[in-house]
Ligand binder design. Structure first.
Ligand code: DGY
Length: 321
């Protein structure tokens, strides 16, 4: 009997090809995040579930699927939507998609950084509003990146690539995190390890590349924002809840930091309305990994994880609790 594979939201064809070889595939037809009851209904009898970052995966979902469930494959590197201990305790393997989205996400972080420091969103809005303008020497001045300090929170795979790209713009690299990077990585990037407090005090740009965990939730809160330079900008391509959005909006409104560029939001897909009223804020709708190549690679990797597990093999990307 074919094993049942439930995919919570459409995935690219190459991933479906891999999944079809591994079992009988059901792709949920709703083109939106499913409600919890809808998801629980859809996964009944599944041996594998392919989930998106907006799907809540916990003991109740595993129970709804039934005891035959073998794997939950998240099409994302982040897995804060999954209660990993609760799921793995029930004998179900969780997998994610590291590696394949590093370049795309790093590119987007740099794009956002340039947008906020060079006021590109403001410039776009001015022209699209058909407002009059002429070239003059102090018109819409931004800030250069040369010799500025990029403070990276989390020098993992994505943080390292952001650092490498930022060095090409002449930036100096500082970083903080749970642990120090390998000596070769520090040497290659000429990266200084700082305490979080020192990093926030000295960085011209603070770029977040840490996962969302209980330790990093609201890492950037009112106190952290108060520590940053009044000219500093915050870039977030990690997870929205790492930043206290209310505190951020307040700090920006009061001119306590220079700007923010956000690809992720605390209550996605909602965006704190106060942020949208501010000219020194650049926003994007969670586009970090949104290239055709990357999204296809992510879905294919998730599918490969499913196929390996259903065939009784070790998957390439198990998430350990
Ligand atoms: C991830 O994979 O965690 C990203 O946020 C998706 O863009």
């Amino acid at each position: 009997m074919d094993k049942r594979i439930v995919v919570s939201r459409a995935v690219p064809e190459p991933a479906l090809d891999v999944l079809r070889q591994a079992g009988k595939v059901h792709v949920c037809p709703q083109d939106r995040p499913l409600t919890v009851p809808e998801l629980h209904e859809a996964v009944r009898g599944a041996h594998a579930i392919v989930t998106m970052l907006h799907d809540r995966v916990d003991a109740d979902l595993v129970a709804a699927a039934g005891p035959q469930l073998e794997v939950v494959a998240n099409v994302a590197v982040g897995y804060d939507n999954i209660d990993v201990p609760a799921v793995t305790e029930r004998g179900v393997i969780v997998t994610n998609t590291p590696g394949v989205l590093v370049d795309a996400t790093a590119d987007l972080a740099l794009g956002l950084l340039l947008m906020v420091t060079r006021r590109l969103g403001e410039g776009e809005r001015l022209l699209r509003a058909r407002r009059p303008w002429t070239f003059h020497l102090d018109f819409m001045l931004g800030t250069g990146l040369q010799n500025k300090i990029l403070g990276i929170v989390g020098l993992g795979d994505i943080g390292q690539v952001v650092a490498r790209r930022a060095r090409a713009f002449g930036m100096n690299i500082a970083y903080t995190g749970r642990r120090r990077a390998a000596a070769e990585v520090e040497a290659e990037l000429d990266a200084r390890f700082l305490s979080q407090d020192e990093l926030l005090r000295t960085a011209d740009v603070v770029s977040l590349h840490c996962p969302l965990t209980e330790q990093t939730r609201h890492l950037i809160d009112e106190a952290a924002l108060a520590t940053m330079k009044p000219t500093a900008v915050l870039v977030n391509t990690s997870r929205g809840p790492v930043v206290d959005e209310q505190a951020l909006a307040k700090a920006l409104r009061e001119g306590r930091i220079g700007g923010a560029a956000l690809d992720v939001f605390e209550h996605e897909p909602e965006v704190e309305p106060a942020l949208l009223d501010l000219d020194n804020v650049v926003v994007a709708p969670h586009l970090g990994s949104a290239t055709t190549e990357t999204r296809t690679a992510m879905a294919e990797l998730a599918a490969r994880n499913v196929a390996e597990i259903l065939a009784g093999h070790e998957p390439p990307n198990p998430v350990h609790r």
